[in-house]
Structures are given as structure tokens and as C-alpha cells.
Ligand binder design. Structure first.
Ligand code: DC
Length: 219
């Protein structure tokens, strides 16, 4: 049976950085489920669909064929045969992903894909509903979080390092809005699974968080 590790938590808690490192250490595949929701959002944006048009989203998501491949150990997301990985990490796509991921048809399609992948491979999978819905029987479940202020500052530093314009107060406001949407949506809201271990990374370095999670996975 394949080994499954679930890491959930809010936007900006460092899930993808940590999950990637943990997967590398354990020799597992890292599955970034947010990227799948982002690919779906990218498809909606390209088709001119608005976040508020839920009927359109339900209908159009059926036309999006999303697949995952691994190239040089890195996850690549293909949308209808095109590698769209490079277009997914913008604020526009992230905000649309948060909005369109409330849709039940979108979730059903992507959860199925995630479950098939996890049944086949040893995975570290990160997202919002992995421990609660996608892999309720995961071998280990982590809920990784950090304060809004710390998450906003990390994102601010990231943008500054890339030479992109950044407004700390606006970033904090966006994070709060996204948390609220992700935590209060009707289907599969973000919440800590009863059997997940809480890790608050606010005052921890990336290395410390990675070590902590590795020690949980090896225990
Ligand atoms: O982790 P991320 O920022 O790449 O995720 C983008 C959006 O996708 C996030 O705001 C909520 C949604 N998402 C989800 O609903 N379920 C998941 N398992 C992963 C992401």
C-alpha cells in the first residue's frame, strides 16, 4: 500500500516549501493540489468566466482536462495538453482559484484525480481538505499554520525580492479574505482534521518546521 502524508493549512503558511522538502527527504512524490485548483482557475480566466458565475463554472470545468506529470522530480500541471505550470502563481489566478474552488463540480473532479494519484504513489500532498476529505486515512496528517501578520510579511518579502510592487497592508487584507473564504465555504472548508497535528510556523525557520514534520512522519 502506498504511504500518504497530508499537509493542510491556510495560504502562505509555507506548505508547499515544506511539503516539497519533506517529500524529497522521504523519497515520496510531492503533490501540490492548490496548483490543480489554480489550473482550473486559469482555464476559467482564459474563457472569460467570472468568479460569481457558478453555473458557468460547473459547466465549463467539464471541458478542462487537468493532468499531473513529474519532470526532473517537479510537478508539472497540464491543462488540455498544455503545460501551464508557469502561469499559475499570480495573485489573479490565486484569487480566482479561491473563488472557483467553492464549486462542488470543480472539487469532485479534482479530488478524484488526487485520490487516484495517492492510491498509486507514496505522496506528500498539500492543500486545504487533504486530511479531512481527500485522504481521510492518511498515515500522517499535519495542519500547518502561521499568524496573518507573519504570512503577509513572508509574501511581502517574496515580492520585494522579485522586484515586484508590494503593499503589506493590502497583502494582509487579501490573506484574511482568502482565509475567510476557504474556512467558511460550504463544501470541504479548510479546517484541522481531528487527528491532525498542529504546527504553528510563526516563530520557526523552514528547517525547523521541516525537521518537526519529518520527526512526526518517522515516528
Ligand atoms: O494553496 P494555493 O494558494 O495554491 O491554493 C489556491 C486556492 O485553491 C486556495 O485559495 C483554495 C483552493 N484549494 C482548495 O480549495 N483545496 C485544496 N486542496 C487546495 C487548494
Amino acid at each position: 500500500m502506498s504511504k500518504n502524508i497530508a499537509i493542510d493549512g491556510p495560504a502562505g503558511a509555507g506548505k508547499s516549501t515544506i511539503a516539497r522538502k519533506v517529500a524529497r527527504e522521504l523519497g515520496y512524490i510531492y503533490v501540490d493540489t492548490g496548483a490543480m485548483y489554480r489550473a482550473m482557475a486559469y482555464f476559467m480566466i482564459q474563457r472569460g468566466v467570472l468568479a460569481s458565475q457558478s453555473d458557468q463554472i460547473s459547466r465549463i470545468c467539464k471541458e478542462a482536462d487537468i493532468t499531473i506529470r513529474y519532470e526532473a522530480g517537479e510537478q508539472q500541471v497540464y491543462l488540455n495538453g498544455q503545460n501551464v505550470t508557469a502561469y499559475l502563481r499570480t495573485e489573479e489566478v490565486g484569487n480566482m482559484a479561491s473563488a472557483s474552488s467553492v464549486n462542488g463540480d470543480v472539487r469532485q473532479k479534482l479530488v478524484e484525480l488526487q485520490q487516484k494519484l495517492a492510491a498509486r504513489e507514496d505522496v506528500v500532498m498539500d492543500g486545504r481538505d487533504i486530511g479531512t476529505v481527500v485522504l481521510p486515512h492518511a498515515d500522517h496528517k499535519i495542519y500547518l499554520t502561521a499568524s496573518v501578520a507573519v504570512r503577509a510579511k513572508r509574501r511581502f518579502d517574496e515580492l520585494c525580492a522579485k522586484g515586484e510592487p508590494a503593499d503589506l497592508a493590502q497583502i494582509a487584507k487579501d490573506i484574511e479574505e482568502r482565509d475567510h473564504r476557504d474556512m467558511t465555504r460550504e463544501i470541504s472548508p479548510l479546517k484541522q482534521a481531528d487527528d491532525a497535528i498542529l504546527v504553528d510556523s510563526s516563530d520557526m525557520t523552514i528547517e525547523e518546521v521541516t525537521e518537526k514534520i519529518l520527526s512526526i512522519c518517522r515516528s
